[in-house]
Design a binder for this molecule. Structure first.
Ligand SMILES: Cc1cc2nc3c(=O)[nH]c(=O)nc-3n(C[C@H](O)[C@H](O)[C@H](O)COP(=O)(O)OP(=O)(O)OC[C@H]3O[C@@H](n4cnc5c(N)ncnc54)[C@H](O)[C@@H]3O)c2cc1C
Length: 502
């Protein structure tokens, strides 16, 4: 923390400072200006204006809609059994969740965009991730806002900007200005090194600066990954977590199962910082994933994206062990190369913001050397530094399963057992890619940040993925809607405070 005595003069001031312009920051701005149209609301964002929007901008844009608060609370409680969420928070969330859809529909109308029932990327109106915990009672449907990609983000961005908060881009938060005795938050220190600014926050500060997906050191220390790559913004490097630790906040949810959002198979290529998400809608099946020991290690073609890459393991839900099997390679033949674009195009930073257009036949990516190719499996194995005989044995074993129509090892269904037989053959490394993290400060349903004594840190709020309520298993569409609920609460509450006296 920076103490007030370390600030010789304030470079700027506002009533409320919102840190981060993603989903929670946009919703906080909407609500703060809605609650008090005279309030000076300032949004500071680390990235440039054209790179703002956070994970929200490149997410799947799927929104959870549930109309029954009791069923919602019961489902969330059951999914959080490994790390229970305080009951008052659960109840408050469920009530707000049940009331959220009309507000979203109004925002879509305001932005002139089309609200649509269904996730936009799966069959049917609802993805029910964990039926045994009460999914069908809790989830009315999923919804999204068109166009794809980014419709939900464009809606909230448009509505925030209609209400005219001020913005400062390329202005990363570095620290909070706090009274060292009371911890009361009085302002922020922000800006690039060498051009730091102190900005006074007369009423409050809202931290809405996302997770730590793009901080490998934190991924290693908090989750135990060896390697992991973000599917979202390069801006989410856990800055809010560091600031909250300095501010005396009590942390939670730093390590959930699969960081709740799951450990998705993806690709990392030299030309991009972030990852590419592997296509989840398979259109060819002559391929397998092999682990460090050249063996297959799971059912690769199960619809694991519908449970955020958790699978049933000895009667419980576990992460697909992609991160434990590294290095992993996807091995495929020319039929798969021609018929299945390897990546998902409508979500991820690399496809939506960096706008890389991965070819449907993957040939340019072979030509670039991102995908290794060879005329025989043994030659391919050598190119990727593996043992030719053992890779060949694994491929032969899979091809025998294909002939028999039974995958005794991992239970791939007969329709997904196409032999890897038509050369040339290909390999690409499969890495863990991350959609979200939940860790951050404990907070209340009113988005107030809690200190180690269980009391609120005065004038400090937190919203969205940073300190998310989601503590373990995760139902599709919950992150964006929780960012809306917590962002709105933070905006309304911060602007409702009276200004501190100099
Ligand atoms: C590929 C992908 C698919 C997803 N699909 C879905 C889905 O379908 N449904 C769903 O509910 N959720 C989904 N999610 C998760 C969802 O997008 C996030 O949980 C949500 O965007 C969180 O909102 P947020 O405002 O907390 O963070 P973000 O939207 O990530 O915004 C955080 C902002 O803070 C900024 N920031 C970071 N550090 C600083 C700093 N020091 N100072 C100032 N600004 C800073 C960042 O640049 C960023 O703009 C998906 C995520 C990904 C990556």
């Amino acid at each position: 923390m920076a103490s007030p005595s370390s600030i010789s003069n304030w470079d700027d001031e506002a009533d409320v400072i919102i840190v981060g312009y993603g989903m929670a920051g946009a919703c906080a701005a909407i609500e703060a200006r809605e609650a008090d149209s005279n309030a000076d609301v300032l949004v500071i964002e680390k990235m440039s204006e054209d790179m703002a929007g956070g994970n929200a901008r490149v997410s799947g844009q799927s929104l959870l809609v549930g109309k029954n608060p009791e069923a919602l609370a019961a489902y969330q409680r059951a999914m959080s059994a490994a790390n229970p969420v305080p009951e008052d928070m659960l109840q408050g969330w469920a009530e707000r969740m049940a009331d959220l859809e009309p507000w979203i529909m109004e925002r879509a109308d305001e932005a002139g965009l089309k609200y649509s029932v269904g996730s936009g990327w799966s069959d049917g109106d609802a993805v029910l991730e964990f039926p045994e915990f009460g999914a069908s009672e809790a989830v009315t449907h999923q919804s999204t806002i068109l166009p794809t990609p980014s419709g939900v983000w464009l809606t909230m961005k448009g509505c925030a900007e209609n209400r005219k908060p001020r913005f400062k881009f390329e202005m990363p938060l570095v620290d909070l200005v706090q009274d060292p005795d009371t911890l009361e938050v009085l302002g922020v220190v922000c800006g690039p090194e060498g051009a730091r600014q102190a900005i006074k926050a007369r009423r409050g500060v809202i931290l809405a600066c996302g997770g730590y997906e793009n901080n490998l050191d934190m991924q290693r220390n908090y989750y135990g990954f060896t390697n992991a790559y973000p599917l979202g913004t390069p801006g989410n490097t856990g800055d809010g977590i560091k600031v909250l630790q300095k501010a005396g906040a009590d942390m939670w949810h730093m390590r959930n199962r699969g960081q709740s959002g799951g450990i998705w198979p993806g690709f990392k290529v030299p030309d991009f910082e972030g990852g590419f998400l592997r296509n989840t809608l398979f259109t060819a099946f002559s391929w397998i994933d092999i682990a460090a020991d050249d063996q297959r290690f799971y059912n690769e073609t199960e619809h694991l994206h519908q449970t955020h890459y958790k699978f049933r393991h000895h009667g419980t839900w576990a992460d697909v062990p992609l991160h434990l099997a590294q290095p992993v390679h996807m091995i495929f033949d020319d039929v798969t190369r021609q018929n299945m674009c390897l990546v998902t195009k409508f979500m991820s930073w690399t496809t939506v913001v960096n706008r890389y257009r991965w070819a449907d036949d993957n040939q340019p990516e072979v030509d670039k050397g991102w995908i290794s190719s060879a005329e025989t499996i043994e030659e391919l194995a050598e190119k990727i530094d593996r043992k030719p005989a053992s890779v060949l044995e694994t491929v032969n074993q899979f091809n025998s399963a294909s002939t028999a129509g039974i995958d005794e090892q991992f239970g791939r269904t007969p329709a997904t057992l196409s032999a890897i037989s038509q050369g040339p053959f290909y390999a690409i490394e499969v890495v863990p890619t991350i959609v979200c993290t939940s860790g951050g400060a404990k907070r209340t349903i009113e988005s107030e940040v809690l200190g180690h004594d269980g009391k609120c840190i005065p004038r400090l709020y937190e919203a969205g993925e940073l300190g998310s309520m989601i503590s373990d298993l995760y139902q599709n569409g919950s992150y964006l809607t929780e960012a809306m609920i917590s962002g709105r609460a933070a905006g309304r509450n911060a602007v409702g405070l009276s200004a501190w006296a100099d």
